[in-house]
Design a binder for this molecule. Structure first.
Ligand code: FES
Length: 161
């Protein structure tokens, strides 16, 4: 196991402690770690396993199953393209492909400058405005392939300012 800094061990232990009275705390613990640190590498999964008694294989299974979790640091802007049914039938796969093409990454990857991560999402509750894209929680409605370039530029401009 790679060595975690004592400060990181302390912080992860505090998160685990928050849920010590919950019967099945794994998801809640992992959600807090993901939100607070941005990713959950294997050594952190091993520590959570040690502290909770949940087998590390189970924790690994959860982290790799849900796209919300990541084992590597995500970009500053996480672009989630919804591939739920309502969005898919309205062309969200093409929107996803366009993001990938313009950013030079595949779903699940992060641009080398650390700015963008491209994720695939299942229904995000915005079916009425499908196809929907979420960037750091902000929902873009009825996104067309032709809008993708402008959306990326909006975020690049923010960085330039
Ligand atoms: S299917 Fe995309 S928001 Fe519901």
């Amino acid at each position: 196991m790679a060595k975690l800094q004592p400060q990181a061990v302390k912080q992860i232990t505090e998160i685990v402690e928050r849920y010590k009275d919950e019967p099945t705390p794994t998801m809640m613990i992992l959600e807090d770690i993901q939100k607070e640190y941005g990713y959950i590498p294997l050594e952190v999964q091993e520590l959570v396993s040690e502290l909770t008694g949940v087998p590390v294989s189970d924790i690994y299974g959860v982290v790799t199953f849900y796209s919300f979790f990541s084992m590597v640091p995500k970009g500053k802007y996480v672009i989630g393209v919804c591939l739920g049914t309502a969005c898919y039938v309205k062309g969200s796969q093409l929107v996803c492909d366009k993001f990938g093409e313009l950013l030079g990454i595949k779903p699940g990857e992060t641009t080398p400058d650390g700015l963008f991560t491209l994720d695939l999402l299942r229904c995000i509750g915005a079916c009425a405005v499908a196809p929907a894209v979420s960037i750091n929680g902000k929902v873009y409605p009825q996104v067309k392939v032709d809008n993708v370039k402008n959306i990326i530029e909006e975020y690049r401009a923010k960085e330039a300012n």
